[in-house]
Design a protein around this ligand. Structure first.
Ligand code: CDT
Length: 318
């Protein structure tokens, strides 16, 4: 089978502190983009909420202190240079940021920008973790349910840069439906920006499971849907709050082909052969040949887990 090489880079960011300016974040993104291009990347993946600190950890009243973290236009005065540099370097990118629309809607958003500097795709995060209420005794907040609405544009893949590219954000990776809906659009690459606190505020999770589950979701999502996954962390200690690193590029085999070594700004790169996905799509996960959606009805009918179907009067073995 003919190889289909695609230069794929992930740009991890170290901490962005609350007092750091947009301009300093953008300068770091430009340096990472330039390095990715010099290594042969056609696409570089940036983290979730890459332009600011991970502000959902703070309880903020409505008003300027909160609005400060959102972008009202994209590109805007401070981000336009990213689009111009991408066009000059001939590299595409994905970028995560907080979006405030003209109608006042707030989304946790990621855009796909092609090598001509044009926005060709937009994803608004669907699985919003955390809570909406103030938890004053918690070590920190996770207020995505307060600061963002559920994304209203679905999971979509786009034909761009000679590939089919889908996007998702952080907590989305823990839900297999995310990757399946993108796999059913023949996505070849799924990009993901993430910011994962090393402490789970919901329960006393054994610390080693944080990285294990992160990688498990990406590797299984890649394998079960025959696609490349490129995942970019915002990592390290942001004003004393720690986030895991573990930026990776995963092959459709489920193998990790590159992984970050630091919790700082760092580029990882793989010359990804998209034909590997073609082989897995044809020989292992040939959806058209083997899927049985007539038996998957509960996935659409139920949100939470309910009673066993076998308990229903007609549900027992005969
Ligand atoms: N940013 C994000 O989605 N983080 C979540 C943490 C959830 S803990 C409340 C994650 O799944 O990594």
């Amino acid at each position: 089978m003919i190889r289909r090489p695609f230069g794929l880079a992930v740009a991890q960011m170290g901490p962005v502190h609350r007092a750091d300016s947009r301009a300093s974040a953008v300068a770091r993104l430009l340096a990472l983009m330039t390095e990715a291009a010099s290594r042969g990347a056609r696409l570089v993946v940036f983290p979730e909420l890459a332009l600011t600190t991970f502000f959902p950890r703070y309880w903020l009243e409505d008003g300027e202190a909160l609005d400060h973290f959102y972008e009202r236009e994209m590109p805007g005065p401070e981000t336009r240079v990213l689009f111009e540099r991408a066009r000059d370097l001939g590299i595409g990118f994905t970028l995560g940021f907080a979006e405030l629309t003209p109608r006042g809607e707030r989304f946790n958003t990621q855009i796909l920008v092609d090598a001509q500097g044009r926005i060709v795709g937009r994803y608004r995060k669907i699985h919003l973790p955390g809570h909406a209420d103030h938890k004053p005794t918690a070590p920190f907040q996770h207020l995505e349910k307060r600061y963002f609405q559920v994304g209203n544009e679905g999971f979509r893949a786009w034909s761009a840069m000679d590939a089919r590219i889908g996007m998702c954000i952080c907590n989305d990776r823990r839900w297999p439906e995310t990757f399946r809906v993108l796999g059913l659009q023949s996505a070849e690459i799924v990009t993901l920006g993430f910011s994962t606190p090393s402490v789970n505020i919901h329960w006393s999770e054994p610390p080693h499971l944080r990285m294990f589950h992160h990688l498990l979701t990406l590797q299984s999502g890649a394998y079960q849907n025959a696609l490349w996954v490129a995942a970019a962390a915002k990592a390290g200690l942001e004003d004393g709050f720690h986030m895991i690193g573990g930026s990776v590029i995963v092959s459709p085999s489920g193998e990790i082909m590159a992984q970050s070594q630091s919790e700082d700004d760092e580029v990882i790169f793989v010359n990804a052969d998209l034909a590997v996905g073609d082989r897995f799509r044809q020989n292992v996960f040939n959806f058209a040949a083997h899927r049985r959606p007539e038996h998957y009805g509960l996935i659409l009918e139920r949100t939470g887990a309910g009673a066993p179907l076998g308990d229903a009067p007609s549900g027992g073995a005969s």
